[in-house]
Design a protein around this ligand. Structure first.
Ligand SMILES: Nc1ncnc2c1ncn2[C@@H]1O[C@H](COP(=O)(O)OP(=O)(O)O)[C@@H](O)[C@H]1O
Ligand SMILES: [Mg+2]
Length: 193
């Protein structure tokens, strides 16, 4: 595998555990590398396994950033994903941004939420870390939006519980419901700030 050189000019954003770079050879993709020197949750490893599971199930990927697997970089092993951008080529903004700035109408917000809930249930996808900065509100055409999750999928950490979830449909159904309520609480909180 060739080593991809990630430079400062490729930097896109930094999360709690990972730094996100624009793929220097494929502008439509990003690469996430672990930056945390301390103990971390192996988020890349976990997401790789979870996406592999979803790809095997052949789910619809329209509301989550598709994963393209491992790449070797000068900053260690990285995981590549589709880069989420708006129709005009600008970086998409967090759902939180739209809520706190009261950009969308109540009706549009409700439509976006209904669509995401239906999608997660239909494809049995676990969105566990339900922060409103773990998903973008992507503007797909002028004043047309879609919610896309890029972080917080599968589980919070690798462990027996995670593997259990992969094979227990009833548990997944229950967890999706439970986390959706938590997500709605976060959504409401953002609206009142
Ligand atoms: N698929 C993506 N497309 C565009 N930007 C992304 C994508 N995934 C992550 N980002 C940006 O990179 C930041 C860090 O990534 P994230 O997955 O949240 O890392 P962490 O797991 O450390 O929290 C995000 O807050 C977001 O701004
Ligand atoms: Mg994050």
């Amino acid at each position: 595998m060739i080593e991809i050189k990630l430079k400062e000019e490729n930097f896109l954003a930094k999360g709690g555990e990972r730094t996100c770079f624009i793929h220097p050879l494929q502008a439509k993709q990003i690469i996430k590398v672990i930056h945390s020197k301390d103990k971390h949750n192996n988020q890349n490893e976990l997401e790789y396994q979870y996406y592999k599971h979803l790809q095997q199930k052949n789910v619809d990927f329209s509301h989550i950033a598709q994963c393209h697997g491992w790449v070797e970089t000068n900053q260690g092993k990285g995981l590549s994903f589709d880069r989420i951008i708006d129709y005009n080529g600008k970086n998409s903004k967090y759902f939180r941004f739209y809520l706190r700035n009261k950009i969308l109408s109540e009706k549009i917000e409700q439509q976006l939420l209904d669509e995401l809930k239906l999608y997660l249930e239909k494809n049995q996808i676990l969105f566990v870390d339900v922060s409103t900065v773990n998903l973008f509100c992507q503007e797909i055409a002028p004043n047309k939006f879609k919610l896309v999750i890029f972080d917080g999928l599968g589980a919070r950490r690798l462990g027996i519980k995670f593997y259990f979830y992969l094979f227990c449909k009833v548990l997944v159904k229950y967890k999706i419901k439970k986390q959706w309520f938590k997500f709605l609480e976060n959504y409401q909180r953002d609206k009142t700030i």
